[in-house]
Design a protein around this ligand. Structure first.
Ligand SMILES: C[S@@+](CC[C@H](N)C(=O)[O-])C[C@H]1O[C@@H](n2cnc3c(N)ncnc32)[C@H](O)[C@@H]1O
Length: 371
């Protein structure tokens, strides 16, 4: 009996690329679980993969200074369980204590860093987590609005992930194009939600020419009433966007984590239309890092990885976060991308400038440019 091409490939992969611990993947996620800020002490707890060598402690910084104490590596059986593919992932915990020299939020942002990449490289953005001063962000959307964009109700996480995502996008833009996210011209936050990232862009660049759009009209109205300096407009699940051709020089957003193939192709073409020639888009997808964060058992992980490799774009699960707030919420699903799918099928619409795994939390960042 002849084997199908996919079945043959799966057997070959399982025979010759066994599931074994790997020392370092490009994404190397590291996460902060807890930050406590006092006037005399900043305490940080988290985990970092893979173990830092050769001098573990030297690599952590708080506000660019070496903390007073660094405990690393510490046991983290939960991380070891989830990241079973990673060598010594069960010993990835860290605890830092820093004594702030000046204010804990210099310039409004506290930064915890684990410098790994060369500071001028796009990858270096991944080496920092940013915590904005909560006193400067008292006017937050309520927890239901926040839930619809990040799937949880944690206010600190809403602020720190938004600030960190903005910092990393800005860093990638500077490293690849020589200007910040808001300095290349008119910017579109496509799928702005309740402004989790936009609020930090406007805080960093009050003169930014920023437009945000979303299918969630309630969140768009919230942004319009609470984020001065930006312009916020409702848009539809399907193209077109309510903007003329070539209107933007920069687009950022993460919708490709939630679109099936037919909608993906329509939106790639629409983003191309609203960008001016040479304009850039920074968008996110679920790639290898997101698959690791699913903490699947080895067999399930292999099956899913093979499916993604074979199919290119795989719908993994429904997503109910927008039920009750948008028409056709069933169109909003979770999808995974293979790198090859992006380099092959997105190339029809754009030049692919860079794919940065695990750059925006668990998402990969895809940077493309209009020809
Ligand atoms: C994961 S949330 C992210 C929101 C925001 N960018 C952030 O980072 O917090 C995805 C957002 O995309 C919006 N969205 C989904 N499909 C969209 C579409 N076709 N056009 C515009 N926005 C869309 C959703 O309503 C939701 O606010």
């Amino acid at each position: 009996m002849a084997l199908s091409r996919t079945a043959a490939r799966t057997i070959w992969r399982r025979a010759f690329s066994p599931v074994r611990p790997v020392r370092a993947l490009e994404a190397e996620p590291w996460i902060i679980d807890e930050l406590t800020v006092g006037s005399r002490e900043i305490a940080v707890r988290g985990w970092a993969l893979p173990p830092i060598r050769p001098a573990p402690g030297a690599a952590f910084l708080v506000n660019d200074n070496r903390p007073a104490s660094i405990e690393y590596p510490l046991p983290r059986p939960d991380v070891g369980h989830a990241f079973w593919r990673r060598d010594r992932s069960g010993d990835s915990g860290f605890r830092l204590v820093a004594r702030p020299v000046g204010e804990p939020y210099p310039g409004g942002i506290l930064r915890v860093s684990r410098p790994r990449a060369s500071p001028a490289s796009p990858e270096a953005g991944r080496d920092h987590w940013c915590y904005p001063d909560p006193a400067r962000h008292a006017d937050l959307p309520d927890e239901n609005r926040r839930f619809r964009v990040i799937g949880n109700r944690d206010a600190t996480g809403f602020l720190s992930t938004g600030c960190t995502d903005h910092f990393r996008l800005d860093r990638a833009c500077r490293a690849l194009f020589g200007h910040g996210l808001a300095q290349g011209g008119r910017v579109l936050d496509w799928g702005v939600g309740c402004g989790r990232i936009a609020r930090h862009l406007l805080a960093a660049d009050p003169d930014a020419d920023l437009v945000g759009c979303d299918i969630d009209r309630d969140n768009v109205e919230w942004c319009a009433g609470h984020l001065p300096g930006g312009r916020f407009v409702p848009s539809d699940l399907r193209p077109p966007l309510p903007f003329p051709d070539g209107h933007f020089q920069v687009v950022y957003g993460g919708r490709f984590t939630h679109l099936r193939a037919p909608l993906e192709a329509l939106w790639l073409e629409e983003l191309r239309r609203v960008l001016s020639p040479g304009g850039i888009a920074l968008v996110t997808v679920h790639g290898a890092t997101a698959l690791e964060f699913m903490a699947l058992a080895p067999d399930q992980w292999l099956t899913m990885r093979d499916r993604i490799d074979d199919e290119g774009l795989v719908e993994s699960s429904p997503n109910s976060q927008l039920v009750g707030f948008v028409p056709n919420p069933e169109e909003y699903v979770n999808v995974f991308h293979s790198r090859r799918h992006i380099t092959r099928s997105w190339r029809r619409h754009f030049d692919i400038v860079r794919i940065l795994p695990g750059y925006v939390f668990t998402h990969d960042l895809v940077v493309v440019r209009r020809r």
